[in-house]
Design a protein around this ligand. Structure first.
Ligand code: FA5
Length: 346
């Protein structure tokens, strides 16, 4: 047993604490009580802090007594707090009763964003044509985005893609989905490939009605023995007919990309009845939806294939541009503005 004075003090602390706890009628007053006894400057804390000052012979007994009091107060507090919480819940149910006969509040059904819808449509069409889906990273190396696609540093064609650089040297936001071609080829070589690679791209260019700084692309790549330009044209025409209907016209123009040779671009005619046709198509009546071509032998080698044994084609299309065409939407910026009046139309 500890020194009688110190023990008396502990006993008094316990009985006063418990008595005071009885007078706390709700949660806030209980929390105040807790601070008074167990806060940094609380009485129980002070009693425990005294242990060091008790003569060594009595220290152990004092410590045991102090812990007993502490446990008793804590247990009583926890129980009182539970009761107070339950009581306040009961009170809120009686003062603010629920009318269970009222009809429920309707939950607005969610829907897919038009950009997701068209991606799914594109994937479904290519799935029917036997293409697999492959995902590739959005933060890329300069090497993948440019060099291995036949654009060494200072190659003038790099100007076609205004780039967002990161603070890490050599790491950029991909400007197109084409670096995915290299990743996929390196994974698959020397086996044949028939895949699409959907994903976000980023370009540091002026935002306009037709161009965003962030947009999605769907890359396509086919590699195998005897793949020809006729296969590319056939695939893209079949795709355009499925996507836009048999009446829409498809125009194929020759073009230039460092990673394909020869290269083409594909346009679709803009609906003639739309009064915005001239403005959106710069007076031509056509809107470009994709770039494509036969995989360049250098790119083929960089991907681990022998260009003397296999050939291939690749394409990169813009789903947001296609959405504009499908629904005669005159401003690409609407897709990322999250205006529900616009999104609910799809
Ligand atoms: C490319 O990005 C090439 N990588 C495409 C390619 C792949 C060619 C494989 C050959 C082989 P381009 O910059 O033209 O090409 O972009 C391709 C498509 O992405 C465009 O036709 C357009 O539909 C879409 N696109 C391009 N820039 C934007 C933009 N700022 N906003 C929205 N869509 C865009």
């Amino acid at each position: 047993m500890a020194d009688s004075n110190a023990t008396d003090e502990l006993n008094a602390l316990a009985s006063q604490g418990l008595a005071k706890l009885q007078t706390c009628i709700d949660e806030p007053s209980l929390r105040l009580w807790n601070t008074e006894y167990f806060g940094d400057t609380g009485s129980m804390k002070a009693a425990l802090g005294k242990i060091g000052k008790i003569p060594p012979a009595e220290r152990k007994a004092y410590g045991q007594d102090a812990n007993r009091v502490k446990t008793a107060l804590e247990t009583a507090y926890t129980a009182a707090l539970e009761i107070a919480k339950e009581a306040s819940l009961q009170l809120s149910l009686t003062t603010d009763p629920l009318d269970v006969t009222l009809p429920g509040r309707p939950i607005a059904p969610g829907r897919l964003h038009p950009a997701t819808q068209i991606l799914r449509d594109i994937q479904a069409i290519f799935a029917d044509l036997g293409f697999q889906v492959y995902r590739s990273r959005e933060v890329e190396t300069d090497e993948m985005n440019f060099e291995l696609l036949n654009m060494p540093p200072h190659h003038p064609a790099r100007d076609m893609w205004d780039t967002f650089f990161t603070t890490v040297p050599g790491q950029i936001l991909r400007t197109h989905t084409s670096p995915g071609q290299i990743h996929l080829m390196r994974e698959m070589a020397p086996n044949p490939i028939r895949a699409i690679l959907p994903g976000m791209c980023y370009r540091n260019e002026a935002i306009s009605t037709r161009s965003e700084i962030q947009f999605s692309q769907v890359e396509g790549i086919v590699i195998g023995e005897g793949v020809t330009m006729a296969d590319l044209k056939g695939t893209l025409t079949a795709f355009a007919r499925r996507m836009f209907g048999p009446d829409r016209q498809v125009r194929i123009r020759s073009s230039y990309f460092p990673f394909t040779e020869p290269s083409i671009e594909v346009d679709i005619d803009w609906p003639k009845e739309d009064p915005n046709r001239d403005r959106l198509t710069k007076g031509t009546g056509w809107l470009e939806i994709l770039g494509a071509g036969m995989v360049h032998p250098t790119v083929m080698r960089n991907g681990g294939y022998d260009p003397d044994k296999v050939t291939g084609f690749a394409f990169g299309m813009g789903p947001q541009r296609m959405l504009m065409l499908k629904h005669a939407i005159d401003d690409i910026r609407l897709f990322w503005q999250n205006d529900l009046r616009f999104l609910r139309q799809f």
